[in-house]
Design a protein around this ligand. Structure first.
Ligand SMILES: Cc1cc2nc3c(=O)[nH]c(=O)nc-3n(C[C@H](O)[C@H](O)[C@H](O)COP(=O)(O)OP(=O)(O)OC[C@H]3O[C@@H](n4cnc5c(N)ncnc54)[C@H](O)[C@@H]3O)c2cc1C
Ligand code: FES
Length: 363
C-alpha cells in the first residue's frame, strides 16, 4: 500500500453530520486506486506538527471509477470535524491505495443470498458491497438491516431507495430507527442483540444466508457475530468491519503481557528480541522489547514506509505474516480466524515472544 497526494474533487453533504468526499484520480494512478467492494482508504492530515491517519470505507460500487468516502462528524473528532468544517474541493490529501478484506469474490453464475447488518456510518462499505453484488450477480439477493436514530440521520437514504427501486425482487431493506416510531415494532428501537435475535427468527433466517457482512460499532458487530455463531453459522461466512475500539491503556497491555507469560511459564515479557521485517522487498533487522512497544512502533523508527493507520487493531493496515518465530497480540478486530491460523498478525498489536522473529508485510 502506498500514499499518493490526491485532489479533492467534491465535498458534498450526505446528512446534517456527514459529508461525502470524492477524489480525482489521475490516469497514471487509476490501476493503483482500483478497489474491490467493501475496501477502504487511509487519509492523512497534518495537524499541529502531528500526522493524523484515519480509515474511511469506499462508498461507491467497485468498477464505477468513482473514488468516494463518507465521513460522519464526531464531537471533537480531530479528522472528522475538520473534514466537515475545513476541507474543500481543490484541497490535496495524502491517500493510501485501497486496502482491507471486508469483501468477497463475485461471479455472475452465483445464485446466493447475502445479508448485511449496519449501523450509522457503518453503511459506507455495505453500500458498495450491496450495489456491486446486485450489479455483478444477477441471480443473487441482498438483505440489509440498517440501524439509525431517526430517518434524518440515515446516510445514503436516496441511494439505498434507488437500489431498491432498481432491484425490487433482489434487494430487501429494513430500516431500524431507535428514536422514531416505525409501523412494525421490530423496526422500532435499537438494533441490539435482542432485536437481532428476532430478525434471525423472522426476516433474516441464518439457514438461508450464504454470507454475512457486519459493519458498525464493536458492540453491535460482536453481538451479531456471537448470535450467528450460536446458530451454527461458520466463522468464514461472517465478514466483519469494526470502525472503532477503545485502545487498552498501557497498564492493561502490561497486565496482558504478564498474564501471557504466566500462562505458559516462560519469561516472555522480559528483554528484547531480534525482529526482521520484510517490507517492499527489503529486510530490516531491529531489536524490539518483549513488553511495551509494539513491533510496528519499533519498526516505524527505522522504516517510515511501514503501513499503518489506527494503531488500535481495527483497520488491518499493518497486517503482516509471521514467517519465523513466535509473537503475541494484545487484541485483534481486523483479522479473520483463518488469517490468524495462517500466521497473520497486526503489527500494531504484536510483540515478540521468541528470541528471533521474522515478519513479512509483502504477503
Ligand atoms: C476499517 C475502518 C473503516 C472506517 N470507515 C469509516 C467511514 O466510512 N466513515 C466514517 O465516518 N468513519 C469511518 N471509520 C472511523 C474513522 O476512521 C475515524 O475513527 C472517525 O472518523 C473518527 O476520527 P476523528 O479523528 O474524527 O476522531 P478522533 O479524534 O480519533 O476521536 C475522537 C473521539 O471519538 C472516539 N472515536 C473515534 N472513532 C470513533 C468511531 N468510529 N465511533 C465512535 N467513537 C469514535 C475516540 O475514542 C475519541 O474519544 C472507519 C474506521 C475503520 C477502522
Ligand atoms: S494500524 Fe490499524 S490494525 Fe494496526
Amino acid at each position: 500500500m502506498e500514499l499518493h497526494p490526491l485532489r479533492v474533487a467534491e465535498v458534498a453533504p450526505v446528512t446534517d453530520d456527514s459529508v461525502a468526499i470524492t477524489f480525482d484520480v489521475p490516469d497514471e494512478l487509476r490501476d493503483a486506486y482500483d478497489f474491490a467492494h467493501g475496501q477502504h482508504l487511509v487519509l492523512v492530515r497534518e495537524a499541529g506538527g502531528e500526522e493524523l491517519r484515519r480509515t474511511y470505507s469506499i462508498c461507491a460500487p467497485a468498477g464505477s471509477g468513482t473514488l468516494r468516502v463518507a465521513v460522519k462528524r464526531l464531537e471533537g473528532g480531530a479528522f472528522s470535524s475538520w473534514a466537515h468544517s475545513d476541507l474543500r474541493a481543490g484541497d490535496v490529501l495524502d491517500v493510501m491505495t485501497p486496502g482491507g478484506r471486508f469483501t468477497t469474490a463475485l461471479d455472475p453464475a452465483h445464485r446466493r443470498r447475502y445479508a448485511a447488518i449496519a449501523a450509522g456510518s457503518g453503511i459506507t462499505p455495505i453500500l458498495s458491497i450491496a450495489a456491486t453484488i446486485l450489479e455483478r450477480e444477477p441471480d443473487s439477493e441482498v438483505a440489509l438491516a440498517y440501524g439509525n436514530r431517526t430517518s434524518g440521520s440515515i446516510m445514503f437514504l436516496e441511494e439505498l431507495e434507488d437500489l431498491k427501486d432498481r432491484h425490487p425482487q433482489r434487494f430487501q431493506l429494513f430500516h431500524v430507527l431507535s428514536r422514531e416510531p416505525q409501523p412494525a415494532e421490530l423496526l422500532s428501537g435499537r438494533l441490539d442483540r435482542e432485536r437481532l435475535a428476532r430478525f434471525f427468527d423472522t426476516l433474516l433466517l441464518p439457514d438461508e444466508v450464504d454470507e454475512w457482512f457486519l459493519c458498525g460499532p464493536l458492540e453491535l458487530i460482536e453481538g451479531a457475530r456471537a448470535l450467528l455463531r450460536e446458530r451454527g453459522v461458520p466463522g468464514e461466512r461472517i465478514h466483519r468491519e469494526v470502525f472503532h475500539a477503545d485502545r487498552p491503556a498501557p497498564a492493561a497491555r502490561a497486565a496482558a503481557a504478564r498474564a501471557a507469560a504466566a500462562g505458559d511459564g516462560r519469561a516472555q515479557t522480559e528483554g528484547a528480541a531480534t525482529v526482521t521485517a520484510v517490507l517492499g522487498g527489503r529486510a530490516s533487522t531491529l531489536s524490539v522489547p518483549r513488553a511495551g512497544e509494539t513491533i510496528l512502533d519499533a519498526l516505524l523508527a527505522v522504516r517510515s514506509d511501514a503501513p499503518y493507520a489506527c494503531k488500535g487493531g481495527v483497520c488491518g493496515t499493518c497486517r503482516c505474516r509471521v514467517v519465523a518465530g513466535e509473537t503475541r497480540m494484545d487484541l485483534s478486530y481486523a483479522l479473520e480466524e483463518a488469517e490468524i491460523d495462517s500466521g497473520f498478525v497486526l503489527a500494531c498489536q504484536a510483540h515478540p515472544v521468541s528470541d528471533t522473529v521474522t515478519v513479512d508485510f509483502d504477503q
